[in-house]
Design a protein around this ligand. Structure first.
Ligand code: SF4
Length: 412
């Protein structure tokens, strides 16, 4: 099979994996004339996104889409009637180098169907990274998918060459994984995440203690995972609580949420329709609230509902459910309180805190502080602004604050 045809099949087969952002790795460059590639700002960071919001600046491919497993939600499952292809290790290396030289990509995201055995597959994936780093001195970004059952030595080697490693948790509920992916075992997945965490901690400790020699390298951009949304009955509350547990237990850098896409000849156990893309977006917003805004998973979703509202963002929804906590005096409130105001981002809060050390904040300052004014005004008090007492109690406030349809963004 021609290389271009293989690329067509194996890039298409990889498009369902959402976990491809490359932020947070160590800095490397090749300005010394040695090596190839760079993770310097503007080079190793993914800036390009497909219209559906997915990052596209890494060469994102599978080594093969043949697979021994039969995960019902996966287009590459053993029983799927799709054309199959397989790259050799050298072909992936060549493509990565060629694409990098042509400035098409800044790095490689490599995953694979499981062939022969988890160890054999992992060895093939690791060989690509080893060749790129050791034979071609490639210094761009490498993200490798880890096979949960693979041998510890292979995982250690993967971490030596990759910037980021990831293992997909697949479904929010262990019971769904048993039903939808019988060959997979969520306990094995979590065990491997635990092994990765130990190695990441060891590498961090070594960085602190080994001063002169170079500390052993292990996946400096950490580990991430992906959860499929809408393939099972898990509600948003369950999904967020699984994410909170993963962040806490395994120090994940990111949990990616991937809305389930119906696949050809799908099993009856799967829904016929994809969940609305906005659900995926609301989950990302809620995830940010947990990671950067001090929210607990349990408080983000309305207790009785189980699902995030789709028409407004989760922080605004929380504020509307807790109107008794507002309006908040921006000149006196704590950082934690300010982070909960709709229309205030994390940088806005830092700007507010810096500004109010020297002057009292007024309406005219809001634009400079990057406050989303219409969203914030009903919830805040400034030196020259106090919302009318009835504003917060108004039944129509939610309708008034509901955004007009537009491209999705993180507009907290
Ligand atoms: S292991 Fe499951 S999810 Fe991964 S490629 Fe094979 S069938 Fe797809």
């Amino acid at each position: 099979m021609e290389l271009t045809r293989k690329l067509e099949i194996l890039a298409d087969a990889a498009k369902y994996d959402a976990s491809c952002a490359s932020s947070g790795t160590e800095m490397r460059d090749s300005s010394d004339g040695k090596g190839l590639g760079s993770t310097a700002p503007g080079m190793g960071i993914c800036h390009s996104y497909a219209p559906d919001g997915r990052c596209i600046s890494l060469l994102k491919i599978l080594l093969t889409n043949a697979c021994n497993y039969d995960c019902l939600y996966c287009v590459n499952r053993a029983s799927s009637n799709v054309p199959r292809a397989r790259f050799t290790v050298d072909e992936v290396v060549k493509l990565t180098i060629d694409f990098y030289r042509r400035n098409y990509i800044e790095g490689l995201f490599l995953s694979s169907g499981i062939i022969r055995s988890p160890d054999y597959t992992m060895e093939q994936v690791v060989s690509v990274a080893r060749k790129l780093r050791e034979e071609h001195h490639f210094r761009g970004y490498i993200h490798l998918k880890t096979i949960p059952e693979a041998d510890d030595a292979l995982i250690a080697e993967a971490g030596k060459y990759a910037d980021r490693l990831s293992i997909n948790i697949e479904t929010p509920l262990e019971t769904s994984l048993t039903q939808l992916a019988p060959e997979k075992d969520q306990r094995a997945i979590r065990r491997t995440m635990g092994r990765l965490r130990l190695k990441l901690d060891e590498a961090d400790d070594a960085k602190k203690t080994i001063r002169k020699a170079r500390p052993p390298r292990f996946a400096p951009a950490g580990q991430s995972t992906q959860m499929i949304i809408g393939a099972d009955s898990a509600d948003d509350r369950t999904i967020l609580s699984t994410s909170a547990n993963l962040y806490g237990a395994y120090k994940l850098r990111r949990v990616y949420y991937s809305a389930f896409s119906p696949i050809p000849d799908a099993s009856r156990a799967l829904p016929l329709q994809a969940p609305p893309l906005v659900r995926e977006h609301r989950l990302y917003q809620a995830d940010w609230l947990m990671r950067f805004y001090g929210f607990d998973a349990e408080e983000i979703v309305d207790e009785g509902a189980g699902m995030l509202p789709l028409d407004i963002d989760p922080k605004l929804a929380w504020a509307l459910r807790h109107r008794d906590r507002f309006p908040l005096d921006v000149n006196k409130a704590s950082r934690e309180e300010l982070l909960r105001v709709p229309g205030f981002g994390t940088r806005t809060v830092e700007r507010i805190i810096a500004t109010r050390r020297s002057t009292s904040i007024r309406l005219a300052d809001l634009a400079r502080l990057h406050v989303i004014r219409n969203k914030a005004l009903p919830f805040i008090v400034l030196s020259d602004h106090r919302p009318a007492p009835a504003t917060l109690d108004a039944a129509g406030l939610r309708t008034r604050l509901r955004p007009k349809p537009q491209q999705l963004g993180f507009g907290f």
